[in-house]
Design a protein around this ligand. Structure first.
Ligand SMILES: [Zn+2]
Ligand SMILES: [Zn+2]
Length: 377
């Protein structure tokens, strides 16, 4: 059967194959949304073809972009849901493929442009760059300087973690956008204009260090809250459920935690008026840095270990033993852990194992997604 006939058969599926829970509704909805996204990208890319004055409001990127992002996320989720639920994968696959085409088309002229102002960017390119860059850089390093030499590249649960890597890279811009919404509103009030001007005028390197110090301070307390508050812990437990540490282990993080953490750290950085290029550079640093601190690397960085978070420092945060519980919350500067009494760096020792005692978190992306909402026995 041809694709067209197959598609038609799916759309016109008999009622018993369309019931709630069969993945049909999600598939059809996703398919429609994906086509909508494709159309929106078309409008953004070819505004001249829609020269009608009454549509000029649509040309304003500020209006169209959030709609496009929302449509793409919704399509992506519906497609994934349909792929999970439905035996026939056609609708889900088409949805994902069309969404990817739309995102690539939207991103095309801007790939590689890290400082540009106007970007439609869904993040497939980011995922590809991320995996290639991360893989090319870290897989050989982990082979040459392994902390645990017996741990293979394709260790247990690598597929799950790669999927996390995929999701977070795909949504990096969307997440940035949604988490920036509150700060955009704050900036619009104009009450920070003088401060913003001063901060924006600081030298680039100073801005980067300031962003790191500021976001790590906020991150430290949010992170500590995620450990302290039982309801929040169930979300963060997903990150700690990794039993192997390597370059993709750090990507394992509950979707909700990513949003909370991103919003909490991005809001002050954005409101204070750091320049866009500084913020974008910081985003890149965070990605590489968090990959680095989770990596399976045996480096002893001597004096640097006192000032900067290293793999050994963060591996202790993931340690299975008692002494590793609730220590080393910082992700850039160990100073915060020293100041607030959570610093733990025994001389030359590494934790013996990783994860949470008793390993309460189930495996698999969707199982882990639902884990915090489930009652524990
Ligand atoms: Zn933690
Ligand atoms: Zn971690």
């Amino acid at each position: 059967m041809s694709l067209r006939k197959n598609l038609r058969a799916e759309l016109e599926a008999p009622e018993e194959l369309r019931r709630f829970g069969s993945g049909w509704i999600a598939g059809v909805l996703g398919f429609a949304l994906a086509l909508g996204a494709l159309f929106l990208v078309f409008i953004l890319r070819q505004p001249a073809l829609l020269g009608m004055p009454e549509l000029s409001a649509l040309h304003s990127q500020s209006l169209l972009k959030p709609i496009l992002f929302a449509t793409m996320i919704a399509a992506f989720f519906c497609g994934t849901l349909s792929l999970t639920l439905r035996d026939k994968k056609l609708l889900g696959t088409l949805t994902i493929v069309i969404t990817l085409v739309a995102s690539l088309w939207g991103a095309m002229p801007q790939i590689g442009d890290l400082t540009g102002g106007h970007r439609v960017f869904f993040g497939l390119d980011f995922f590809i760059i991320n995996v290639i860059f991360g893989g090319v850089l870290f897989i050989p390093l982990e082979r040459i300087f392994p902390h645990r030499a017996e741990q293979p590249v394709f260790r247990g649960e690598w597929r799950e973690d790669l999927f996390y890597y995929f999701i977070s890279s795909m949504l990096v811009q969307v997440l940035t956008f949604t988490t920036l919404a509150p700060s955009t509103a704050l900036v619009a009030t104009g009450s920070f204009n003088d401060l913003r001007q001063w901060v924006g005028g600081l030298p680039f390197v100073i801005q980067i260090i300031a962003i790191m110090a500021l976001t790590d301070f906020v991150q430290y307390w949010v992170h500590r809250a995620f450990h302290r508050v039982p309801f929040l812990w169930k979300f963060h437990a997903v990150h700690h459920s990794a039993k192997s540490m390597d370059w993709i282990a750090g990507a394992r993080m509950h979707f909700l935690e990513i949003i909370v953490l991103r919003a909490a750290t991005a809001t002050p950085a954005f409101v204070l008026g750091f320049t866009e290029s500084a913020l974008q550079t910081y985003l890149l640093i965070v990605y590489v840095y968090s990959t680095f601190v989770h990596a399976n690397l045996n480096w002893n960085l001597g004096i640097f270990e006192r000032f900067l978070v290293t793999p050994r420092f963060h591996h202790w945060h993931h340690g299975l033993e008692k002494e590793a519980i609730d220590v080393n919350f910082a992700i850039h500067f160990p100073l915060y852990d020293r100041l607030f009494g959570t610093y733990h760096m025994p001389e030359d020792r590494w934790p013996k194992g990783y994860g949470i005692g008793g390993h309460p978190v189930p495996t698999g992306y969707w199982q882990q997604f639902l884990y915090p909402f489930r009652r524990t026995k």
